[in-house]
Design a protein around this ligand. Structure first.
Ligand code: ZN
Length: 128
């Protein structure tokens, strides 16, 4: 991958990181406002649902931020864009959609097939 492409992807990641961090702040502020008005809320199930939605949002933002950080670390280390399994370059097109991708499409498919098989084998334990 050309250094120019890496720089481009890096700035895209940094922009996305900023947006996510802004969302995180907004999400936290909304949670605080909710708590202070909680005593006025008659229908608690509504506010609990809202609380859970915020928790989910917060988890989602955390996961995305973590993935971006990992991608940025890989850019710094110079390993960004290389498939962790077979070592070939992951197509830029794929990295734009999934900057956190660490496997090329071929290896990803093989991995998903493998983990789907494992999940299928284990699911019997949980079905009583
Ligand atoms: Zn691969």
């Amino acid at each position: 991958m050309s250094p120019k492409t890496v720089m481009q992807l890096k700035s895209e990641l940094l922009i996305k990181k900023n947006q996510l961090m802004n969302l995180q702040v907004l999400n936290k502020q909304a949670a605080v406002e909710d708590e202070s008005s909680m005593k006025d809320v008659i229908d608690r199930s509504d506010s609990e649902e809202a609380w859970h939605a915020k928790e989910r949002m917060s988890m989602h933002l955390k996961t995305e931020l973590k993935q971006i950080d990992i991608s940025l670390q890989r850019i710094e280390a110079g390993t960004f864009g290389d498939c962790e399994d077979c070592g070939i370059e992951i197509p830029v097109k794929r990295l734009r959609v999934r900057p956190d991708a660490t496997l090329c499409l071929k290896c990803q498919e093989a991995f998903e097939k493998e983990s789907a098989g494992t999940r299928g084998g284990q699911s019997g334990q949980f079905l009583h």
